[in-house]
Structures are given as structure tokens and as C-alpha cells.
Design a protein around this ligand. Structure first.
Ligand code: ATP
Ligand code: MG
Length: 256
């Protein structure tokens, strides 16, 4: 059974078909690429899957269950999390506290426990702190755990966005342009993190314009243009596909 399955997924904004009749399957354990020129509908797919938007038509299945139009926090609780195209951090929180906020998006600490600061709540906070530190360690951010997020260099801010997402313990992590604005060294480090996440058993759906990153990480790639799927396959098939080349050459981008 695919981990994620989109069936006829469609989203209209007024008369504009941002995503049209999209069928796609993400298999457990893979790094699946979703690419296409600017405005092709990639972020809209993420918004539909993560529950930010409801589909106009079609369905989203996660682990075989219909999650179409379910609220983002409920979707995240099932193990499906996304990062945002722009970095969304709590700039005036420390690095560690940013990850702690990520945990609270789905933590079992209930309202009354937090209010009365019960021993159970204190114990749970301590556990979460430990887990947060492990995530920061994993992403190479542990040395700056007490820095304000706003003071981090761009590459580290993007990595912190991934750390917050990891705090929800995703089975499927959707990354929207994780290396945008990164220099080659930061890009290499992020690619390494993504591979390691896969090794840890997390399935990844990757939207990215950097073709070296996409071709280097993904065994399977879905290409969309004007909201529709135009091709699907391995990196070599995609690079040679005339429709893909046409879609990219029509814009300013090129498939490397
Ligand atoms: N909330 C919205 N309201 C109206 N139109 C929208 C909305 N969100 C996206 N669109 C439009 O839907 C189309 C697809 O946008 P989307 O952001 O999904 O593209 P994308 O593939 O992520 O592009 P990019 O590579 O530039 O990030 C675009 O024409 C966009 O202007
Ligand atoms: Mg986008």
C-alpha cells in the first residue's frame, strides 16, 4: 500500500486550476520528487495534503485512510508533516524553544496539566527537551541551541525548520524547497540530512528547483506543469522526457 496516495486531486482558485486531476503515489521509504516550473501547483499540492486547503475535487489518502480536507493539526498527528517554502520560525525564541514548540503541536501534555504544572507535566517536559536536543544534534544545530533563531545564518534557519517538523515525529515529511537561498556547502549539508532522514525510515516528498539535489536524491520524480502531471519516472527518464524539457524551456528554468 502506498504511504500517500492522491486520486484525481483538484484545486481551483476562482477560474484558475492550480492542481488538476492529479494522481500520485508515494511509496513507503522513498524520497519522491515533485518538480515543475514556477506556479505549476507544487506548493498547492502540499497545502492540499497537509490540510491547509480542502480539495475542490479528488481525494488524499494517507496509510489507506481518507484525510482529504482534514485539519492540519489532525493530519500532523497521523504522521504527515510539511515544511514551508519560506522559513517560518519563532525568531525571538531560542533554537531549542523552537523545537519545543514543534513538540507541543502534537504533545500529550494536556491543558490542565500545563496549567497546574503537575509532576507528570514536568517529567514530560524534561523528556521532550531531551528529544529536542537529539534532533538538534542530528541536524548539527546543538552548538547553537541557546541562540535566538533570528541570529542564525540562513542555512541553519532552514535546518531549524526541518528540526521543528521532525519534532512531530513524521512518517512522511514534505519539504518545500529546502535548499533555496543556500550556498553550495549548505546545500550539500542539507542533502546529507535528507539522506539520513530516509535512512532513519522517514519517507520524503521533496519539492525543489535545484535539479542537482532532485536528481541526486530522488529515485522517483513526478513532474507537474500548469497543475497537471506531465511525466513521472526515474531521474534519467525525466531528464530526457521531451514534455518535461518543453515545460522547462518554456520558462526560464532548465533541467540540468
Ligand atoms: N491562495 C491562492 N489564491 C489564489 N491563487 C493561488 C493561491 N495559491 C496559489 N495560487 C496560484 O496557483 C498556482 C500554483 O501556485 P503554487 O504556489 O502551488 O505553485 P508552485 O509550483 O509552488 O510554484 P513555485 O515553484 O513558484 O513555488 C499559481 O498560479 C498561483 O498563483
Ligand atoms: Mg511553491
Amino acid at each position: 500500500m502506498p504511504l500517500l496516495e492522491l486520486k484525481g486531486l483538484t484545486k481551483y482558485f476562482g477560474g484558475l486550476g492550480a492542481v488538476r486531476d492529479l494522481d500520485m503515489q508515494v511509496e513507503p521509504g522513498e524520497i519522491h520528487g515533485l518538480i515543475g516550473p514556477n506556479g505549476a501547483g507544487k506548493t498547492t499540492v502540499f497545502n492540499l495534503v497537509s490540510g491547509v486547503y480542502s480539495p475542490t475535487k479528488g481525494k488524499v489518502f494517507f496509510q489507506g485512510e481518507d484525510i482529504s480536507g482534514k485539519r492540519p493539526d489532525l493530519v500532523a498527528r497521523r504522521g504527515l508533516t510539511r515544511t514551508f517554502q519560506a522559513t517560518t520560525l519563532f525568531h525571538n525564541f531560542t533554537v531549542l524553544d523552537n523545537v519545543m514548540v514543534g513538540f507541543h503541536l502534537h504533545s500529550k501534555i494536556n491543558f490542565w496539566g500545563a496549567l497546574f504544572n503537575t509532576p507528570h507535566t514536568r517529567r514530560r517536559e524534561k523528556e521532550l527537551r531531551q528529544k529536542a536536543l537529539e534532533i538538534l544534534e542530528f541536524l548539527g544545530l546543538a552548538p547553537m541551541k541557546d541562540e535566538y533563531a533570528r541570529n542564525l545564518p540562513h542555512g541553519h534557519q532552514r535546518a531549524l525548520g526541518v528540526a521543528i517538523a521532525l519534532a512531530t515525529e513524521p512518517k512522511l515529511l514534505m519539504l518545500d524547497e529546502p535548499v533555496t537561498g543556500m550556498n553550495p556547502e549548505e546545500t550539500r549539508v542539507m542533502m546529507d540530512h535528507i539522506s539520513k532522514l530516509q535512512e532513519r525510515g522517514i519517507t520524503l516528498l521533496l519539492v525543489e528547483h535545484d535539479m542537482k539535489v532532485v536528481m541526486g536524491l530522488c529515485k522517483k520524480i513526478t513532474v507537474v506543469s500548469f497543475g497537471r502531471k506531465i511525466a513521472e519516472g526515474g531521474p534519467d527518464d525525466i531528464k530526457k522526457n521531451p514534455e518535461v524539457i518543453e515545460a522547462y524551456l518554456g520558462g526560464e528554468e532548465h533541467v540540468a
